[in-house]
Design a protein. Structure first.
Length: 573
């Protein structure tokens, strides 16, 4: 399906004109009242990731939200808390040399808002000369015709070579919601707010021989010819408004129109950034919250709305909330997807003529659908809690980021089928220290992964915590090996030691009858009763990792105790 916009900027197929005069110049329309649509100022929290077109993280991209700015880390992740935005509009920008400026706009929620921005490389596809008419085309058939007149950003006439970067973003592109700027929210020629249905958009950047940005010279235009998706040919109108993206304001502005000629939209533009061919519709705000059967919020699941075979999607925040703008008076199909791509909820909703908060959407377990709370604690090298950091969960080729609160982190996950594998990696955002990547399996109803140490020098460890005592980390003399029908994991650190023995070699969730643990502080072997659960998530070959977690309770002569632990040790033989 086609994901068109992050956080509910929903698309429609009905073809209408936004304004009787599609040729109106947007510069003549005052927008001093337009920001009243954004609501009052608000303080909101954001966490996100910036990646390239291959989904690889981009480090040191500058992220700005309101007056707050940070740089992405080695994972392309950024955290901005307390950003000054609007109740109904937040604008996030990403900038880095060598890439087209990226951005995202959304209706922010009260929780930690998840953001993903995919940046396009600023790679010229052609070099043309000023003073000469020329044509630059993409393989898709989308092209631009220049008359040869250019100027610098300061308005001075330019003479010389012009490097042209161009990108055509089609509605069928599965990454459109991450690649496009802002969201499909716009100011029409009459100053009213609209949501858009895109029939394709393009980005053009012009640079001079010295790398300086250029524009079409004043009083001149260029002709754009944008290829129409085959899936939209039957519904594409004969004439459609053109919209440019205002990079300073964070939304689209109507400016001119394009005409359908064959399988292309053809129109003239007076400047370049992003241009979009769209139908438009009045808006209302829709919000909801997605929870499990116990009322726990389900974060970072995709909530999709479909109308006439076109789909838009948004992701829930860490409180399970999602909010955004939709067209008025439309009947929509709402579907919720797990991170593994399973449909976990579907319903028909609407039409809506006013801002609406839907009741909580409750996801219940079925024979092939399970919920689990993945929880743990992220610690620094000195064994204190990470206070400004995050944990990344990798599952089914998707990445989810969760900020920590005084070390604690959790992911309330919905998973389907037999694929229960996932990995965690934690990062101390202040000290730039990280954990190793550790493998696990989902367990129902709680997957307790214990404590992770964000300390780059530690690539193997055993850790455990009894009751509310200090977490014990074993990082010296670690080894893991197989002997006859058992495997052994052991390690020591100063005055502490532990040995874990098991007689199973296939990843899975087991009771304590398959495992024994002996150590300086505890000896679970032979103790009854105990309810220790072991999650063997990876049993690697020699040189690879043995990964397991354990949690539960046991009783000894001093009473009943809780215990959680993690082992992440390379196999020696």
């Amino acid at each position: 399906m086609k994901k068109i916009q992050c956080l509910f900027a929903f698309l429609c197929l009905a073809i209408i004109s936004c304004n009787p005069s599609d040729d109106s110049d947007s510069d003549t329309n005052p927008d001093t009242d337009f920001t009243k649509n954004f609501g009052a100022s608000a303080s909101r929290d954001f966490i996100g990731q910036v990646v390239d077109v291959n989904n690889q993280p981009i480090q040191n991209a500058r992220i700005s939200i309101g007056t707050s700015s940070v740089q992405t880390d080695v994972n392309g992740v950024f955290i901005i808390n307390g950003a000054n935005v609007h109740e109904k509009f937040a604008y996030i920008t990403a900038n880095k040399a060598g890439y087209i400026d990226g951005s995202r706009a959304m209706v922010p929620t009260n929780g930690k808002n998840n953001v993903k921005i995919m940046m396009i490389p600023a790679t010229p596809i052609a070099t043309i000369a000023s003073g000469t008419s020329s044509e630059v085309a993409l393989p898709s058939g989308t092209k631009v015709l220049f008359d040869g007149a250019f100027e610098t950003e300061s308005g001075a006439a330019y003479s010389g070579s012009v490097a042209v970067s161009m990108f055509h973003l089609t509605p069928s592109n599965q990454d459109i919601s991450s690649l496009m700027p802002g969201m499909l929210y716009a100011q029409a020629a009459d100053g009213t707010a609209k949501v858009l249905q895109t029939f394709g958009m393009m980005q053009v950047e012009l640079r001079g021989s010295g790398g300086e940005k250029l524009q079409i010279a004043k009083t001149h235009t260029a002709q754009i010819k944008m290829q129409i998706d085959a899936s939209q040919m039957a519904t594409a109108p004969s004439s459609i408004p053109l919209w440019h993206f205002d990079e300073a304001k964070g939304y689209w502005i109507e400016e001119g129109s394009a005409t359908k000629v064959g399988n292309q939209y053809v129109g003239n533009v007076s400047h370049f950034s992003w241009w979009n061919c769209d139908a438009c519709f009045p808006t209302v705000r829709l919000s909801t919250k997605i929870v499990d059967s116990n009322g726990n919020p389900i974060s970072y699941v995709s909530a999709n709305l479909t109308y006439d075979f076109q789909t838009a999607s948004g992701f829930t925040d860490d409180d399970g909330a999602v909010s955004g703008l939709i067209p008025v008076n439309q009947i929509l199909t709402l579907e919720v997807y797990s991170t593994q791509g399973c449909v976990i909820y579907t319903s028909t909703i609407g039409p809506f003529s006013v801002d609406t908060a839907l009741p909580d959407i409750i996801i219940t377990n079925t024979s092939n659908l399970f919920s689990t709370l993945v929880q743990g604690n992220l610690l620094k090298c000195d064994n204190t809690n990470v206070t400004n950091g995050y944990v990344m969960l990798y599952s089914n080729y998707q990445t989810q980021v969760s900020a920590v609160t005084n070390g604690a982190f959790n992911f309330n996950k919905i998973y389907c089928g037999a694929n229960t594998n996932f990995k965690l990696k934690g990062f101390d955002y202040d000290s730039l220290q990280s954990t190793d990547s550790v493998s696990y399996h989902f367990a129902t109803p709680i997957t307790n992964v214990g404590n992770l140490a964000a300390c780059n020098t530690v690539t193997e460890f055993i850790s455990y915590k009894i009751d509310n005592e200090v977490t014990v980390f074993l990082i010296d003399n670690l080894n893991a090996y197989v002997k006859t029908n058992e495997f052994y994991i052991n390690g020591t650190s100063q005055d502490q030691s532990m040995t874990i023995t098991g007689n199973v070699f296939v990843p899975g969730v087991y009771t304590s009858s398959e495992f024994t643990i002996e150590g300086t502080s505890l000896n679970i072997y032979g103790i009854t009763p105990n309810t220790i659960q072991f999650n063997l998530s990876q049993f690697g070959e020699v040189g690879q990792y043995l990964d397991l977690t354990f949690n539960g309770t046991y009783t000894d002569k001093t009473g009943t105790h809780s215990v959680t632990g993690v082992a992440h040790v390379r196999r020696d033989n």
